[in-house]
Design a protein. Structure first.
Length: 155
C-alpha cells in the first residue's frame, strides 16, 4: 500500500483476493486435509444451510432457510432431505402450530459446524500472527463495522 492508494481500491482488491481463494476452494481444501468434509459446491450449500440453523433455538422453517441462504424453496427442500439422510438435521412440528415443520441441527450437525468453524478460527489466528494485539483488535472492530455497513438488497 502506498500513500496514493485509495482505501476503496485496496479494500476492493483484498475482497477480490478472498473471493478468488473461495472460488478456488483453497481454504476448503486445506480444511479437508485437516479432517473437515471434502470441498465441493454441494458441501458449501449444505454448510450454508447448517450455518443458518446454528443458534436458532426452536429452529427454522424450510422457507426461512431458503431465504437466508439464497436458494429457492425446491432447492432448500432437496438440501433438507439430503441433510436428514446424513443425520445432520431433524424435522419436527412447530410447538405453536403443528401445521408447520421446523428444522433443527442434530448433535452431528452441531459437531460439523464446530469442526469447520474451528478450522476457520485457526486460519484467522494464523493470518493475524504478524499483527500486534492492538492491531488485531482494531482490524476486528473495523471489519465488523464494514460488514454491518455493507449494502444489502433489503435495506
Amino acid at each position: 500500500m502506498t500513500t496514493g492508494d485509495r482505501a476503496e481500491d485496496i479494500i476492493e482488491g483484498a475482497l477480490v483476493r478472498i473471493r478468488r481463494d473461495q472460488q478456488a476452494r483453497r481454504l476448503q481444501q486445506r480444511a479437508a486435509a485437516e479432517g473437515a468434509p471434502k470441498a465441493t459446491a454441494a458441501n458449501a450449500a449444505k454448510f450454508r444451510y447448517l450455518d443458518a440453523l446454528e443458534g436458532t433455538g426452536e429452529g427454522r422453517t424450510i422457507s426461512d432457510i431458503a431465504e437466508v441462504i439464497g436458494v429457492d424453496r425446491p432447492r432448500a427442500s432437496r438440501l433438507t432431505a439430503e441433510l436428514i439422510t446424513e443425520d445432520l438435521i431433524e424435522r419436527r412440528h412447530a410447538p405453536q402450530d403443528s401445521r408447520y415443520t421446523l428444522v433443527n441441527l442434530t448433535a452431528a450437525g452441531r459437531a460439523l459446524i464446530g469442526t469447520v468453524r474451528e478450522g476457520r478460527r485457526r486460519n484467522v489466528t494464523e493470518a493475524l500472527a504478524g499483527f500486534t494485539v492492538e492491531e488485531a483488535r482494531t482490524l476486528a472492530e473495523l471489519l465488523d463495522r464494514f460488514v454491518e455497513a455493507w449494502p444489502r438488497p433489503d435495506g
